[in-house]
Design a protein around this ligand. Structure first.
Ligand code: CP3
Length: 349
């Protein structure tokens, strides 16, 4: 294997600008790929796929084989952590995740932090398999949900429109809710460190619902926990970059960039690339931020979207990505066009 310094994705995270930006796409393994749907159809449930190392490794590698992204992200889900804690988690067809909800501090007694890495051992085995199978220039990303976003699902019991149940707990019983956040911090650090020990070279924290909180609460429940997690990961594994993806926080993103705990921030599509170049890139590498539906649209929407982002961010440390995950409606040939455009191979679509 070439040294880490030979991987373009790791060089960008280390602060080096590049003529052609390294790229990967959130949710790059998934239902838009026919070969993913084939593996998925031959597997019981979604969690069975996550917990069968040979299959999880296979679907992780599928997009790399097709498109040669600069990084692979281990195929798993943010909800394996509550599952590892002992909460009941199910993925129902067409319904998304359903959890047996945790509603008060007393419910936390049922969760077992010590058991997490043992229960999630198949995830680490999948990481180990992928690490051994990747091309030498491709980096491997491990990940976890950030405590607030994972708590949203644990408390609501499913996706939510207004997050009323979890917010009511967070605002009426801050000390009790803080116990849940601290417990998730511990579980998340253990889960990320186990992925690193198995071969992950970078880790990303997905805080999909950071933007639903008022800024003061966001800092206490999203930024501060993610900073503590990054510091603990750094203490155990110095030199492993941590990427923060606090979706929807707007200009408060600059607090993530300036705090010194993250190597990069991943920005959603609502953030202006030009603003990010001025306010974030002086501190950290920036990852983002094509609208996933511009990728669905293809054609000039895709070409113009890519060109605009590169013109703003290409002069500094930059990783091309989407502003949120790929949607299942994405034509696979549009991902091929994106890869060709980024490599300077012109418009093949
Ligand atoms: O990026 C990757 O390719 C790695 C795999 C990955 C998945 N989920 C696989 C998945 C990652 C990084 C995630 C993160 C995740 N999971 C987030 C944070 C990022 C984001 O998208 O906001 C969240 C909030 C979840 C929770 C989750 N998992 C939901 C709400 C759903 C159902 C909705 C949906 O898109 O289907 C899932 C299921 C899920 N996770 C699928 C995949 C490929 C689809 C399940 C299937 O194949 O049937």
């Amino acid at each position: 294997m070439p040294p880490a310094a030979d991987k373009p994705f790791l060089r960008a995270l280390g602060g080096e600008p590049a003529a052609r930006p390294p790229f990967w796409l959130m949710r790059q393994a998934g239902r838009y790929l026919p070969e993913y749907r084939a593996v998925r159809a031959g597997t019981g449930g979604f969690l069975d796929l996550c917990y069968t190392p040979a299959k999880a490794a296979e679907v992780t590698l599928q997009p790399i084989r097709r498109y040669g992204m600069d990084a692979a992200i281990i195929f798993s889900d943010i909800l394996v952590v509550p599952h590892g804690l002992g909460q009941e988690v199910a993925f129902r067809e067409g319904e998304g995740p359903v959890l047996e909800p945790v509603r008060c501090a007393a419910d936390l007694e049922r969760l077992n932090v010590q058991g997490v890495t043992e229960r999630l051992a198949p995830v680490y085995e999948a990481v180990d398999r992928v690490a051994g199978a990747l091309p030498g220039e491709t980096a491997l990303i491990g990940f976890a949900g950030a405590p607030w976003t994972v708590a949203c699902y644990m408390v609501e019991g499913r996706g939510s429109r207004d997050f009323g149940t979890v917010k009511r707990w967070a605002f009426t019983d801050p000390d009790g809710f803080d116990r849940l956040i601290r417990l998730l911090e511990q579980a998340t650090v253990a889960h990320l460190c186990a992925q690193i020990a198995a071969g992950a070279e970078v880790v990303q924290l997905f805080d999909t619902w950071a933007g639903v909180l008022p800024e003061r609460a966001m800092r206490r429940l999203c930024l501060d926990p993610c900073r503590r997690i990054a510091a603990a990961v750094r203490a155990a594994h110095p030199g492993v970059p941590v990427i923060a993806f606090p979706r929807g926080v707007g200009p408060a993103m600059s607090a993530y960039a300036a705090c010194g705990d993250f190597a990069a921030v991943s920005i959603d599509q609502a953030i202006s690339p030009d603003w990010a170049a001025r306010h974030l890139q002086p501190h950290v590498a920036v990852q983002g931020n094509l609208d996933p539906w511009e990728l669905v649209a293809g054609g000039s929407a895709l070409a113009d979207g890519i060109a605009h982002i590169r013109a703003s961010l290409g002069g500094g440390p930059f990783v091309f990505n989407l502003g949120h995950g790929i949607v299942p409606q994405t034509p696979p040939e549009h991902v091929a066009m994106l890869a060709a455009l980024l490599r300077g191979e012109g418009n093949r679509a």
